[in-house]
Each structure stands twice: as C-alpha cells, then as structure tokens.
Write a protein that binds this ligand. Structure first.
Ligand SMILES: Nc1ncnc2c1ncn2[C@@H]1O[C@H](COP(=O)(O)OP(=O)(O)OP(=O)(O)O)[C@@H](O)[C@H]1O
Length: 668
C-alpha cells in the first residue's frame, strides 16, 4: 500500500515535470518560430540586398569598362607628355652647353681685355723708359763728348811724351843690348823697379818669417791671371747627365743640346776643382796669391759665374781660410773695407744704409781699422756685410746676389803696404733665362754691363794695352788697385753648375775663362826661361815697344772714333727727334685707347721704332730689343688668343661680342 502511494507521488511529480516541460517547450517553440520568422525576414532583406548588389556590380562593370577606355586614353597622353618632356630636357641640355660656351667665351674675352690693358700699361712703361733713355742719352752725349775730348787730349800729350821717350829709347837701346849680353854672361844688373820691389818684399818677408825663395818665385805671377774652374755638386732636384757635361781633371766637355749626337765643346784648364773636392783643396788653388800678400804684394781673388753656381759659397770659405793664413803677418796695422756695387752705386756694407756717390773720396772713410784679434773682427764685419747685400728671388736662384761685393783687407807695416781683395761678383745669368722684368731687368742689364767692363779690363791687360778701361764701370774702378797692377796677382775662380739646364751658361763662363787664361800662358813661358833677370829686361823693352805701338794705334783709332762718334751723334740727334715725334704720336694714341677700349693695334707703333737699334749705347740697344720682343710677343699672343676665342665660341659669339678687335677676329 505504501508503495503505491510513493508511486503515485512519483507519477504526480513526473506529471508536473512533464507539464512544466511541455509549457517550456511551447515557449521554446514560440521563440523558435519568432526566430525563424526573423530569419526569414532577414533572408528576404539579404536577397534584396544581393539583388541590389548585383545591379551595383553590373553598374560598376559598366563603369570600369568606361574607365578602362579612359585610362588607355590617359596613358597615351602620358606617353606623349613623356616624349615632350624628353625633348624639353634635351633642349635644356643643349642650352646649358651653349650657356657654358658663352660663359667661357665671356671669360676669355674678359681675360684678353685684361691682358690687353696690362700690355697697354707695359707699352706705356716702355714708352716712359724710352723717354728716360732719350733724356739720359741727350745728357750723356755732352758728357761723353767731353770725356772723349779729354781722352784724346790726354793721349795726344802722352804721345808727345812717347815721341820724346822714343828718342831716348833709341839712344839707350844699344846700351841695354850690351847690358843683356853682359847679363847673359852671368852678371846680374838689377833694374830700378826690381830693387824697389825686392827691398819692400825682403823687409816684409823678414817680418812675416816667410822665405825669400817663395817671394822670388811669386814675382813671376806679376800681371798674370790665374784661372781656377770650380764645378759645384748638383743640388737637390737638379739633373747632371754625365753624357752631356763630362768633367775630368783637366777638361770639361759639354754637349750643347739634349741629344747625344749634338756637337760638343771641349775646354781645357790646368786648374779644375771637381764637384767632389772639398774647400781645403779649393783654397790650395789660391794659396799662392795669399802668400804673396804676406810678401808685400797685392792680390785679387774673384768669383765669376752664373747665378746659383756657388760664388758666394766658395768666396766665404776662401775668406775664412785666407784670413787664417794672413793672421801670421806681424806688426801690421790691418784695415777692412766692405763695399757693394749695386746698380752702379757703391754702398758701404759695414754701415747701415750708406750709399757712396763718389767712390774716390769716401773710400778711406769706409775703411775700418781692426784691433787685437783682427781676424775675428774682420770675419764679423764680413758676415754682417753679407747679410746687408742686395739679394732677390729669380728663376735661377732663390737668393740671387744682385750686386758685386768687394771685401778688401789692407796691411800697413813700417815700410810697405799690401792689400787683398775678395770679390763676389753678381750672377752672370742671361736676362732671358732668369725671366726678369722692370727694375730687376734694369739690375740684370747693369750687372751684365759691369761684367763686360771687367772682361774689357782683363783683355786690355791681356793685350798689354796702354789704356786699360778701368773707368768704364764702378766695379773696375774699385778693383783698379789690385787688378793688373805691377805688384799684384789676380785669381779668377769661374764657378759652374754641372746641370743639364745650365749648359749654355756654363759654356759662356768657360769661354770667358779660356780667354782669361791666355794671360797665364805668358806667365808659364816666362817661368821656364833660364835667366829671369835677362827675361825681365827683355820684357820691359818689349813692353815699352808694344806700348808705343799701341799708343800710336790708339791715337789713330781715337781720331777715327771721334770722327765717327761726331757723325753718330748727329745721326742720333736726328733719330732722337724722330723718336720724340713718334712717342708724342703714340702718347696720343694711348690716351685714345685708354679712353675707349684696348685695341690690338696699340703695339704697332713700337714695332716701327727700329731707330733705337742704331744707338751707340748698349743700354739703349738692349732696351729697344726688349721693347721689340715684348711687342712681337704681344701681337703674337693676341692673334693666338683671338684665334682661340674664335674656335671656342659658338658661331654667333663673334658677331654679338661687343669688343673692338671683332673685325680682326673675323679676319682671322
Ligand atoms: N761646392 C759646393 N758644395 C755644396 N753646395 C754648394 C757648393 N757651391 C754652392 N753650393 C750651394 O749652391 C747654392 C747656390 O750657391 P751660391 O749662393 O753660393 O751661388 P751664387 O753663385 O753666389 O749665386 P748668386 O750669384 O745668385 O748669388 C747654395 O745653396 C750653396 O749652398
């Protein structure tokens, strides 16, 4: 019974649950139905949307097709534009090239204009030089005339004296011949001059402790020029081709050209100091001269050579060694004098900024007395003097000496006087090679002038001329006491560079050295003669005879010179007035040119002034040469430049350039 009650309860519960489930499922069913309904609605919506989208797609497709056609069109247009752009770029490039050419042409024209202006001012400078030259020539003309007249009168007087002497000479010559015979037999008759020299020398020799034998030997050197060639080693960056410049103990062979087959020049010398020899070896070459100073005689040691060849170097070392030797002279009052000849002006190198106008009278005032340790004092003065020398930069030498330096030491003892001169000459460079102009060119010309005056003096001494032209330059005037005096020995050191670039200068220097060494020859011939006393007397006789003949010749030549000079002066006067007219014309032309623009024709008047060539003055001649060369270069360069402008410029540039040489450019 109880079980059935439980079952009933259970059934009831199940029924209740079933009803609940039924009610729930109904709700669920309703919910599902509404959801299905919603879904249906949505599906409908979606279907309509799909339809719409389909329509849109069709529209879009249509649009796309249309756009595609449009794009093709645009691309075609783009291609066309690209082509156009490319064409424009090419055009731009062409225009840029054209522009560059224009700018170049403009620059060249500007440069040409500047050059022409520069040349115009150069031409003006030359004109001023000409003017000065003419004024100087006019002034010098009178002085020169007076000088020649004086010289003529002097020689006339000398001639009359010689005529008188000749009569005496004829009388005494037979007597002298007899004396020679006696001398040959071994009887010594000292001549008047000999006895004077010997007494002096013997007293000095005694005081210096120098042997008499040496002194007699060195008498032979009187009036001789010893030539020593010194070849310096090549400096850094220099080339010495031994096939071109070959040097041995006694010969120097130079092939004057870069090729091996070119003709060679051979120079022979007794004294060559090779590049590897040291300063002591060099000093040994001049030691004899220094010893002569100790014997109471004069000596002159000079260094000649192109710029940078080692003159100053050699001279400095020689001065040191020579002074060391000369310190042995005892009981002597020693003085020093350091002079510079620059542009024919004498300057005292021992004092700051002291120009000596007249070299005659103030020479003593520039002499400084040395005391105590005179060698050191002298070296200090010389060192100071070297630092005061006028030097400049040239293409040949960084510190080229533009002056001649003369260092003189005088030795006064109780009964005799001697002096030694060390001469460091200015460089003998060729004006063309050293590339100088203006003031420096003037310097170079004056250097060359004084060096050729020195050569004239040496050759006059060599030819035993009565008249030695010492007065032709300040240098030779100052060297007169030691150059060729009867109690003097002269040593010329010719400095050379072994480099290929200097062959022309080396040949010039060695040619000069060969001429100078001819004086030596006589000395060596005399030296070998047995009886020196006889030879001396014979020499004196021969010298006198030569002098007389020379004098007659000079007198005759002078008369002819005077006549031709007078004629030349007249001719020159005419030329000067012609030239003055030309300068006036040219001045006017320059003024016109200055006001307008530079014209190429400006240089023509210079070319047509050949009259200066006929001036007797070498200075005028060289200046006129210089002006001519400059003018030729000017025209040549202008034509070249204009040619360049024509070839470089675009064709229209010639027509549009607003310059005055346009017609010439077109002509070319
Ligand atoms: N024998 C030598 N050994 C070594 N160097 C030398 C010798 N000679 C000259 N030099 C050098 O060569 C250069 C030029 O020499 P230096 O100044 O003496 O020439 P220079 O002939 O006096 O020139 P300038 O005429 O222009 O004054 C210098 O640098 C010098 O030291």
């Amino acid at each position: 019974m109880a079980i059935s009650i439980d079952k009933e309860k259970e059934l009831k519960q199940l029924l209740e649950e079933f009803n609940e489930f039924k009610a729930g499922s109904k709700e669920y069913e309703e919910a599902l139905e509404s959801e299905v309904h919603d879904k249906d609605l949505k599906i409908e919506e979606l279907l309509s949307t799909i339809d719409k989208l389909k329509e849109d797609i069709i529209d879009l497709r249509n649009k796309y097709e249309k756009d595609e056609i449009e794009i093709v069109k645009i691309m075609n247009e783009c291609d066309n534009l690209k082509k156009k752009l490319k064409w424009y770029e090419e055009q731009k490039r062409d225009l840029e090239v054209l522009n560059d050419q224009w700018e170049n042409s403009a620059r060249i024209l500007e440069y040409s204009k500047q050059e022409l202006e520069e040349r115009l001012s150069q031409a003006e400078e030359i004109a001023i030089i000409y003017k000065e030259e003419i004024e100087e020539l006019s002034m010098n003309k009178e002085i020169e005339m007076q000088r020649l007249k004086d010289q003529y009168n002097e020689l006339k007087q000398e001639f009359s004296v010689v005529v008188v002497e000749k009569t005496d000479y004829n009388k005494t010559s037979s007597k002298t011949k007899a004396e020679i015979v006696t001398l040959n037999e071994g009887i010594s008759i000292p001549s008047k001059s000999m006895s004077r020299n010997q007494s002096k020398a013997s007293s000095r020799a005694a005081s210096c402790g120098h042997s008499r034998k040496n002194s007699t030997e060195s008498n032979d050197c009187n009036q001789s020029v010893k030539v020593v060639i010194r070849v310096r080693p090549p400096l850094r960056g220099e080339v010495w081709d031994k096939n071109i410049v070959s040097i041995s103990q006694n010969t120097i062979e130079i092939k004057n050209g870069k090729t091996r087959n070119s003709e060679s020049k051979i120079f022979e010398f007794e004294n060559i100091v090779l590049p590897n020899e040291n300063d002591e070896f060099m000093f040994n070459q001049v030691k004899e001269s220094v010893n002569q100073v100790m014997d109471g005689k004069n000596a002159c040691i000079m260094a000649y050579g192109q710029t940078g060849s080692g003159k100053t170097y050699t001279m400095n070392s020689l001065i040191h060694q020579a002074l060391d030797c000369l310190r042995n002279i005892e009981n002597a009052e020693v003085t020093i004098q350091c002079l510079e000849v620059y542009n024919e002006q004498v300057k005292n190198l021992c004092a700051s900024e002291q120009n000596i106008k007249n070299p005659k009278e103030p020479l003593e005032s520039s002499e400084i007395k040395l005391k105590g340790d005179w060698v050191n004092e002298a070296l200090n003065y010389i060192e100071e003097a070297i630092s005061r020398r006028t030097t400049k930069f040239t293409e040949c030498n960084e510190r080229s000496s533009r002056s001649h330096a003369i260092y003189t030491l005088n030795f006064y003892t109780n009964d005799c006087f001697s002096k030694i001169q060390f001469v460091d000459l200015a460089g003998s460079e060729r004006v063309g090679k050293s590339n100088v102009s203006g003031e420096t060119l003037k310097e170079a010309l004056l250097i060359n002038k004084s060096l050729s005056a020195l050569q004239d003096v040496i050759s006059a001494l060599e030819n035993k001329q009565k008249h030695v032209p010492y007065r032709n330059s300040m240098l030779t005037r100052l060297l007169q006491p030691t150059l060729g005096g009867s109690e003097s020995s002269v040593t010329m050191i010719v400095n050379c560079s072994p480099c290929n670039d200097s062959t022309n200068e080396t040949i010039c220097s060695l040619a000069l050295a060969s001429r100078v060494k001819a004086v030596d020859l006589g000395f060596f011939i005399r030296k070998n003669l047995k009886n020196k006393e006889v030879e001396r007397t014979l020499c004196l006789l021969e010298k006198e005879r030569l002098e007389k003949n020379n004098l007659l010749r000079i007198l005759d030549k002078l008369q002819r010179d005077l006549e031709s000079y007078q004629f030349a002066v007249k001719d020159r006067d005419n030329k000067i007035s012609m030239l003055n007219n030309k300068i006036k014309l040219r001045d006017r032309a320059y003024q016109e040119v200055r006001i307008s623009k530079p014209k190429i024709e400006i240089s023509k008047p210079i070319e047509s002034t050949p009259n200066l060539n006929s001036y007797p003055s070498s200075k005028a001649k060289s200046r006129s040469e210089m002006a001519k060369t400059k003018t030729r270069n000017l025209i040549h360069l202008n034509i070249k430049e204009i040619g360049r402008v024509v070839s470089m410029s675009p064709p229209i540039a010639i027509f549009s350039a607003n310059i005055e040489f346009q017609p010439l450019a077109l002509l070319i």
